[in-house]
Every structure is written in structure tokens, then in C-alpha cells.
Ligand binder design. Structure first.
Ligand code: ADP
Ligand code: ASP
Ligand code: MG
Length: 402
């Protein structure tokens, strides 16, 4: 007998038929004598629809009320799935975040789960299936908060830790983690095993099959994860510790995201402290600056500084820059039609020439690199958004992942 956390994503519970199908998967696990905690997402598209509804009332819809609204998506799935389990004679019960409670800390839309009362759930799983909502919790002041988009993955991992589960299985709409998005690049290959480190890098640069904070939590507490399909019986991907790093391959995967924007300050004074003066107010406003490039100054007096931020932060960033009295520049430009394409692989550490190989490959298909950033096991470039799939395909082939 095992204690299992099973998480089902939005597409997996996207229709009534799919919810009934999920109930059958759970029944199979339950009939084997396992203790089952099910974590659900909102039905596919539901969270986006709720966001649109709020925006049709106000662009700056109140954050507290937005969390109340968005948390309802998972509430619907919890009840429907529990009903579907009862219908096939499985004893089941759902709870809302405050009924457990699932305790969160941090601001609305961006909180994190810090604890849960495990007693109710632990008692219940001895006699039936416990169904709990992903993506949310309640603060110590009794406020409903959500934990960021794609957050049900993180909920599942934290619950697995707090409930001391034997396994945490992430059921989704693809067979596992692939070398790149299989829905965009059909030659992508499924990865059987991947280390936390590589998965964390991949998800933080766009592989949304796992949410990055979920992987980070799994890595910290050493909670092995399994990503698998709701719709096929194929073996999924195991995510676990370092011993699973495949050093024979320099690159494990290619990922991309289209949520960045690049800003360039032209003709900034070239003197000590100027970068600090530019970035200090951005930091205060919690705007995350990703890549920074400073040109060599041609006249020794002024220079150009470019940096990338999340596209959603563009207007706010431009306003902060124009209000900043501590800096002077001739002009400011931005480009919000950029994409970040990244290669990730633990084997990169021990393989020389990866950087050159990536740049050469992009040059061969006439793709201009606008910015570059590296970490030990990741190399990212900013390029024109229109070239994204072209670049991903080329890199996937050149690093022998097809
Ligand atoms: P869920 O609703 O189950 O949480 P998501 O839509 O968040 O599912 O994540 C699954 C999707 O992630 C897949 O449908 C796929 O298009 C996308 N994806 C992006 N990169 C990868 C990758 N490297 N491997 C697998 N899927 C990926
Ligand atoms: N429903 C939430 C979202 O769409 C959380 C999740 O699906 O993981 O972001
Ligand atoms: Mg997801």
C-alpha cells in the first residue's frame, strides 16, 4: 500500500467525459489499496475565462477579488470529480482551501503554500479518496490567495511533502517531459529520466509541462516526481536527483518563451553607479530584470544599455525609467516582439564548444541574436519572436535531439 498524490491538469479535466475518465484512473489506483489524495486544476481555459471576465469589468480589477474569483475554477473541478468518483462507487470527499485549511503566505496572485492541516486528510484517506484544490490557499488573516499560474503543480508537490506521501504523480496531456514541446515540434523525444536541476532550468525558461516553483520545491525536499499522460498508458518521465543526469548528452532539451521584452537606453552616461541607478527603482518595484547588455562606449562618455524584462512589466518599467531623476539618456526604445530560446543540459558543463555550436546554428538560418545569458547548464538567447520555431527546430536537430 502506498500513499499517493495524483495531480490532474486543466486539459485532463477539461470536459465532463474527461473528468469521468480521470475518475476511472483514480479508481484503478484506489482499488490497488493505495491511499489517494487528488489535486485538481480548473477545467481547461477556465482560469483564462475568469481573468477575461474580470478585465471586462476593470483592467485593474481588485487583486483580492480576483483571487476569490480565480480560486472558484478549481472548486468546480473538485466537486465534479468527487461526484464522478461517487457515481462509480468510490467513497470520496472534496474540501475547499479554507476547510482544510491550506495555509499561504505572500501577496495575492503570488502567494506560496506554507502549511496545511493534514489531520482531516490523513484520517479521510484511510476510508476514501480525498480531493483537494490546486493553485490556492488561505492566508493567516483568512484571505483566499492564489499561488501563480500553473500553480497546481506546486500545490501537488507541497501536499506530497506535508502529507508525507510515497509518490507524487503529475497527470497531463502529453506523455511526459520531452526534449522540446511535442505539440510544436513533433520530432521531440520523450525523456525517461531527468534530474531536478535540468527540469528546473527547462521549466524556468518556458517548458510549461512542469511549473518551475513545483520543481524547485521537489528538489529542495527530494520528492521524486512522475509526469505522465491522462490519455495514454505510456510510461512517463521520472524527475529525481542528480544520479539521473545523463552526461552522455550535452543538451537535454530546448525550450522557449514569448513573454519577454527588451528595453534599450541610448546615450546613457558612462560612469560608475549608473547601472545601479537604473536598476535600483526597478528592483524596488519588484520588476525582474533578466539579461543586461552594456555596449562599449565609443566616445568614452556615453553608452547604450539594453535589458530584458517580462513583457507584462513593460509599461511599468518605462514609466519608472522616465520618472527616474538619477539617470540621463538620449532615447529609450523597446521591442516586445522578442522570444527567449534556451538550451539546457547538465552535460554542457563538460562539453566544450556548445556556445559556439548554438551561435553558428542560428547564424546558419539567418537568425539575429539580440541578447545572451548563460548559466552552468543553460544557454539562452533573445531573438525576433517570428523566428522562434525556426530556431527551436534548428537547435533540436543540431544537438541531436530529433
Ligand atoms: P496541465 O494543464 O496538465 O498542467 P500544461 O498545459 O500546463 O498542462 O503543460 C502541458 C503542456 O506543456 C503540453 O501540452 C505541451 O504543449 C507543453 N510543453 C512545453 N514544453 C514541453 C516539454 N519540453 N515537454 C512536454 N510538454 C511541453
Ligand atoms: N488553474 C490555474 C491556471 O490555469 C492553475 C493550474 O492549472 O495549475 O493557472
Ligand atoms: Mg500546468
Amino acid at each position: 500500500m502506498m500513499k499517493k498524490v495524483l495531480k490532474f491538469g486543466g486539459t485532463s479535466v477539461g470536459t465532463v467525459e474527461r473528468i469521468q475518465h480521470v475518475a476511472k484512473i483514480i479508481k484503478k489506483e484506489y482499488d490497488l489499496g493505495n491511499e489517494i489524495i487528488v489535486v485538481v486544476s480548473a477545467m481547461a481555459g477556465q482560469t483564462n475565462n475568469l481573468i477575461k471576465l474580470s478585465q471586462s469589468i476593470a483592467d485593474d480589477f481588485n487583486k483580492r477579488e480576483l483571487d476569490v474569483l480565480l480560486s472558484s475554477g478549481e472548486q468546480v473541478t473538485c466537486a465534479l470529480l468527487t461526484g464522478a468518483l461517487m457515481k462509480i462507487n468510490i467513497k470520496a470527499q472534496s474540501w475547499l482551501n479554507w476547510q482544510i485549511p491550506i495555509l499561504t503566505e505572500g501577496e495575492h496572485a503570488n502567494s506560496r503554500i506554507v502549511n496545511m492541516n493534514v489531520t482531516k486528510i490523513n484520517n479521510y484517506v484511510k476510508k476514501g479518496v480525498a480531493v483537494v484544490p490546486g493553485f490556492q490557499g488561505i492566508s493567516k488573516d483568512g484571505e483566499i490567495t492564489t499561488i501563480g499560474r500553473g500553480g497546481s503543480d506546486a500545490s501537488a508537490v507541497v501536499f506530497a511533502k506535508l502529507l508525507n506521501a510515497d509518490s507524487c504523480e503529475i497527470y497531463t496531456d502529453v506523455d511526459g517531459v520531452f526534449s522540446t514541446d511535442p505539440n510544436k515540434i513533433p520530432v521531440a523525444k520523450k525523456i525517461d529520466r531527468i534530474s531536478y536541476e535540468e527540469m528546473l532550468e527547462l521549466s524556468s525558461v518556458g517548458a510549461k509541462v512542469m511549473q518551475s516553483s513545483a520543481v524547485q520545491t521537489a528538489m529542495i525536499y527530494d520528492i521524486p516526481l512522475q509526469v505522465r499522460s491522462t490519455f495514454t498508458d505510456r510510461k512517463g518521465t521520472k524527475i529525481f536527483d542528480q544520479q539521473n543526469i545523463d552526461y552522455s548528452k550535452s543538451v537535454t532539451g530546448v525550450a522557449y518563451s514569448k513573454d519577454d521584452a527588451k528595453i534599450t537606453l541610448i546615450g546613457v552616461e558612462d560612469k560608475p553607479g549608473i547601472a545601479a541607478n537604473i536598476f535600483e527603482p526597478l528592483n524596488k518595484a519588484q520588476i525582474n530584470v533578466d539579461m543586461v547588455i552594456q555596449n562599449v562606449s565609443s566616445d568614452q562618455k556615453t553608452t547604450d544599455i539594453s535589458f530584458t524584462i517580462k513583457r507584462d512589466d513593460l509599461l511599468k518599467t518605462k514609466k519608472i525609467l522616465s520618472d527616474n531623476k538619477k539617470i540621463e539618456y538620449k532615447n529609450i526604445t523597446h521591442n516586445d516582439r522578442v522570444a527567449k530560446v534556451s538550451i539546457v543540459g547538465a552535460g554542457m558543463v563538460s562539453t566544450p564548444g556548445i556556445t559556439y555550436k548554438m551561435f553558428r546554428a542560428l547564424a546558419d538560418v539567418d537568425i539575429n541574436i539580440l541578447a545572451i545569458s548563460t548559466s552552468e547548464i543553460k544557454l539562452s538567447v533573445i531573438i525576433d519572436e517570428e523566428e522562434t520555431l525556426n530556431a527551436v527546430k534548428k537547435l533540436h536537430t543540431i544537438f541531436e535531439l530529433d
